[in-house]
Every structure is written in structure tokens, then in C-alpha cells.
Write a protein that binds this ligand. Structure first.
Ligand SMILES: [Zn+2]
Length: 232
């Protein structure tokens, strides 16, 4: 009985420590970002980012289900991004071949394509001819890369014209119960990767292009960026 009591006390204290840690992190976060609190949307962003950090921390501590980043290699992607900054297709339109046998992933891609199409800023056209496709969507199942989705783009320099893109959706994370991806977050991931495929880069704004990828669907800020990119 004494042992059980000791274990219960230990668990209680551990939980208290975790909660205190979370509170301290939140306070520290808001203090650090206090100059952001002037604008309302910045407050929302700071709140969201604080929560995302707490979520990531809890996930690491094993309290919450694990989270997969949309892309793991942030620094590498940034390097590529610098070279690819301003890269775009000749027009705001691209042919997509869905190399996807999984019906759920295929549907997620189609929903993501029509979500972009609905913005009027870019048009994805599905093609059944892989050779004529400019963008290919492919499924992978890779437990080692830590990314729920990845996009490779080829571009012609120096005019920085996109020539080909491959979107990879990682079933290992997207369909893994311990990562608990909702249907909406799977769609958000597809929208994020298609965003890369048309020249968008990561941003910390409230955007489908946040590095963590699946928190938001396409936002007005994303539509504005695509319009800017393709109005040049
Ligand atoms: Zn990304």
C-alpha cells in the first residue's frame, strides 16, 4: 500500500510539474512576443504559435499523440527556397497527374486542387497523361523522414521558371493513428504541398504555408501571395 501511495504521489507531482511548465512556457512566450500584441491578428497568431509549441512539447513528452512536421528539413528547404524565391509557372495554371491508388489520398488531392481553383488565383487541371503533367502527386510511406508531405520542384534558371514538381504525401504519418491526422488536416497538407508546387514558400503568418503545414487551410494571405506572384 505504501508503494502505491508513493507512486500516486509521484504521478501527482509529475502532473503538477508538467502543468507548471506549460504555464511558465506560455507566460515566457507572451512576454517574448509582447510587442506583437499591438495588432489583433498578431495576437491570434501569437496565441496559435504558443499553443502549437505547447502541443509540440506535450507531444514530445508523450502526453499527446505525436505530431509530424509537414517538412522535416526546414534549413535545407530554406536554402532551396532562397534559390527558388519568386519561381513560378509561365501561367497561373498547371496540369496535375495523380499517381495515387489510395482513394482517400486521391480525394484529398482533388479537394485541395478545387480549393485552390475556387480562389481564382490558380487553376489546377487534372490530366490522365503522366508525360504531359507538370505536377505529379505521389504517395509514399516513409517512417524515417519525419514529414507528412514534401514537394520537389525543378526550375529553369535564371528566369526561375518552374518546369516540374512532385508532391509526396506520406501515408506513414497521414494514416497513422498515433499522429491522429483528421480528414481536414490531410486536406490542409495537400493544399500546403500544392502551394509549394506553384511557388509559395513557408511563412509564419496565419497561412496554409506555415512550416507545420496542416493547421490551416488556404487563407486570404495565401491567395494574395499567389496573385502577386502571377501578376508579374
Ligand atoms: Zn512546406
Amino acid at each position: 500500500m505504501k508503494l502505491i501511495k508513493a507512486v500516486v504521489t509521484l504521478i501527482r507531482w509529475t502532473l503538477k510539474l508538467i502543468l507548471t511548465g506549460i504555464l511558465l512556457m506560455l507566460v515566457a512566450y507572451f512576454l517574448a512576443s509582447s510587442n506583437w500584441l499591438k495588432a489583433d491578428n498578431k495576437l491570434a497568431l501569437a496565441l496559435n504559435q504558443g499553443l502549437v509549441q505547447v502541443e509540440a512539447w506535450l507531444s514530445k513528452a508523450g502526453v499527446l499523440p505525436k505530431l509530424a512536421m509537414t517538412e522535416r528539413k526546414a534549413s535545407q528547404a530554406d536554402t532551396d527556397d532562397n534559390q527558388a524565391q519568386g519561381a513560378r509557372w509561365p501561367q497561373n495554371q498547371a496540369r496535375v497527374y495523380l499517381e495515387l491508388t489510395d482513394p482517400k489520398l486521391k480525394r484529398a488531392c482533388l479537394v485541395a486542387m478545387s480549393a485552390w481553383n475556387d480562389t481564382g488565383a490558380f487553376k489546377f487541371v487534372q490530366t490522365t497523361d503522366k508525360d504531359k503533367a507538370q505536377i505529379i502527386c505521389r504517395a509514399i510511406s516513409d517512417s524515417t523522414n519525419g514529414a507528412a508531405g514534401e514537394t520537389e520542384t525543378d526550375l529553369a534558371l535564371p528566369q526561375k521558371q518552374l518546369t516540374h514538381a512532385t508532391v509526396y504525401l506520406n501515408k506513414y504519418y497521414l494514416f497513422n493513428p498515433s499522429y491522429s491526422y483528421s480528414w481536414q488536416r490531410i486536406i490542409n497538407t495537400a493544399e500546403h504541398e500544392l502551394g509549394h508546387a506553384i511557388g509559395l514558400r513557408h511563412t509564419n503568418e496565419i497561412s496554409v504555408m506555415q512550416p507545420t503545414g496542416s493547421n490551416y487551410s488556404i487563407q486570404q494571405a495565401d491567395v494574395t501571395k499567389v496573385r502577386e506572384l502571377y501578376s508579374r
